[in-house]
Design a protein around this ligand. Structure first.
Ligand SMILES: Cc1cc2nc3c(=O)[nH]c(=O)nc-3n(C[C@H](O)[C@H](O)[C@H](O)COP(=O)(O)OP(=O)(O)OC[C@H]3O[C@@H](n4cnc5c(N)ncnc54)[C@H](O)[C@@H]3O)c2cc1C
Length: 491
């Protein structure tokens, strides 16, 4: 168990380390935090607003969270994700209420979340999904329509030039959100910097770890001054995004063995025509094509980027051997070691569909990409759109007794046996669920403290529903949602 004034090292200035830092500073006020970031600014990788899709994932519109199994729509993941997002909103509402975060423009905006499908089979799936979800208060107010006129009222831009006989259906949730995860990350880190015992070291790259009795020696290079430094920490969190896997390997903890990573980058078409941008006001998610990975679900999104309204369509997948957008092409080859070569090969053999999908995506022309956009917006004009590159995701490949290696699309927390180190791998559902993921880190690494009355009281102050289920307790869910809606100034 760590002491009352521990030295804690957080690696990476993204939303995960920032969230954990704020939680720790509230729960262990005397903790000395040191945050290392290899870039010269915070929130410059996946957490940056331009590097992700900004969807407040609540499972309102993402069809990949509700797979069809033997004719039945499995909504368990959707319920979990929706509840996690309500937890994030409560935490952010607390930060806003207490003036702990202060952004120049709102970091969260309300925007309709809609699912949009074509064809009899998909419509039947959407109807089943709608019936299953809308029986839970957390999905209260979800609307369904397969009426052309009604859909046209909701999303006129997408209906222009569309054949009225086309079979389409839509669900709509008015309380969806677009989140600028970069703005909230920057603000949380700025808040942490106000403490005398918090140090944020930019242009500092963590290179190596050594374990001594009850502490970690963290070896860091100051990239600006080309100087090596060593710091001691009783607890280390590796929140390095795509850079977490190589660091986990360097830590040498046995729990990190057998993991590999497979990088997939995201690209979007950004609309450059201001008139078109103003004629669409929703995040509209379609259905991923058969064989394609969950992060490839296409969506046409209104975004609020740096306080300005934008319209983006994608994602398209790209392939690069970098683990970070600002990483090195050697990231993937250097991550391959004896302990993960077999899981990597086995996962490759079992995911031929993914390989084919990536090859197809990478070899697409501008016209191919545009044709896909026209399924959503038939009257789109190619000259109104330009391709932009977003962030890099590293999908987890994990050793598996039966298959040798499996590809995972979620996130995974890896904790050393003595609980002095935790690392986060994977990137989905991502920033939206950052608060729940960091609460899990605390549960796993500080199991005794989290059960104390002091910690419970502090956690309930930040997250009023902490310890209770928003899925089982519908009244609590609606009450909590009304509270966050008011504080965060949502609709
Ligand atoms: C294309 C795309 C779309 C996405 N869309 C969504 C979405 O719509 N909604 C959603 O909720 N999530 C989305 N995500 C996921 C979300 O962006 C991530 O889950 C989240 O930002 C991860 O935060 P992080 O703090 O773990 O990592 P990052 O924000 O990547 O931060 C990690 C930091 O660690 C630093 N670092 C790395 N190695 C070292 C080292 N050795 N030493 C020091 N520093 C280091 C990096 O420079 C970086 O700043 C998307 C991601 C991508 C790529």
């Amino acid at each position: 168990m760590i002491g009352k004034n521990p030295n804690i090292a957080l690696i990476g200035a993204g939303i995960m380390s920032a969230t954990l830092g704020v939680l720790i500073k509230k729960l262990i006020p005397n903790a000395k935090l040191i945050l290392f970031e290899r870039l010269d600014q915070v929130a410059a990788e996946s957490s940056n607003a331009w590097n992700n899709a900004g969807t407040g994932h609540s499972a309102f519109c993402e069809l990949n969270y509700t797979p069809l199994r033997d004719g039945v729509v499995d909504i368990s993941k959707a319920l979990r994700i929706s509840e996690s997002f309500e937890i994030s909103k409560q935490f952010w509402a607390y930060l806003k209420k207490t003036d702990w975060v202060d952004t120049p423009y709102p970091f969260i905006n309300d925007i309709d979340h809609m699912s949009f499908v074509w064809g009899e089979e998909n419509i039947s799936f959407l109807q089943k999904r709608f019936r299953s979800l809308s029986s839970f208060p957390i999905f209260e107010d979800m609307q369904y329509s397969d009426d052309f006129q009604q859909i046209k009222n909701w999303i006129p831009l997408m209906m222009e030039g569309r054949n009225e006989r086309e079979e389409i259906a839509v669900t709509k949730m008015d309380i969806g959100t677009d989140v600028n995860f970069g703005a909230i990350t920057k603000s949380m880190i700025a808040y942490l910097q106000k403490f005398d015992d918090v140090e944020v070291l930019l242009s500092h790259e963590v290179k190596q770890f050594k374990k001594i009795d009850n502490a970690w020696l963290v070896e860091v290079t100051d990239l600006e001054n080309d100087e090596d430094k060593t710091m001691a920490a009783e607890f280390v969190f590796i929140g390095a995004g795509g850079g977490a896997l190589p660091l986990l390997e360097k830590s040498g903890i046995p729990e990190g063995r057998g993991y590999g990573g497979f990088p997939v980058s995201g690209q979007f078409l950004q609309c450059t025509n201001p008139e078109v941008i103003l004629r669409h006001e929703a995040k509209v998610y379609g259905k991923a094509a058969t064989g394609s990975p969950p992060m490839s679900v296409p969506h046409l999104d209104t975004r609020m980027l740096d306080g300005k309204r934008s319209l983006l369509f994608g994602p398209y997948a790209g392939f690069s051997t970098k683990f970070l957008k600002n990483g090195s092409f050697l990231d993937l080859p250097l991550s391959i070691e004896m302990h993960n070569v077999w899981p990597l090969l086995a996962a490759g053999v079992h995911n031929i569909d993914l390989t084919k999908y990536l090859i197809k995506q990478v070899t697409q022309s501008k016209e191919d990409r545009f044709e896909f956009l026209q399924k959503f917006y038939p009257e789109a004009k190619i000259e109104d759109w330009e391709l932009i590159t977003a962030g890099q995701r590293v999908q987890i490949i994990k050793k598996d007794e039966q298959e040798g290696g499996v590809l995972k699309f979620g996130t995974e927390i890896i904790v050393s046996e003595d609980k002095s180190m935790a690392a986060l791998l994977g990137a989905s559902p991502g920033a939206s669920t950052s608060v729940s993921i960091m609460l899990d880190v605390l549960k796993q690494c500080f199991p005794n403290q989290i059960e104390t009355d002091d910690w419970k009281k502090s956690l309930q102050e930040m997250i009023p529903s902490y310890g209770q289920s928003l899925i089982e307790d519908g009244d609590l869910c609606l009450k909590t949602r009304a509270y966050t809606t008011e504080i965060l100034k949502l609709a």
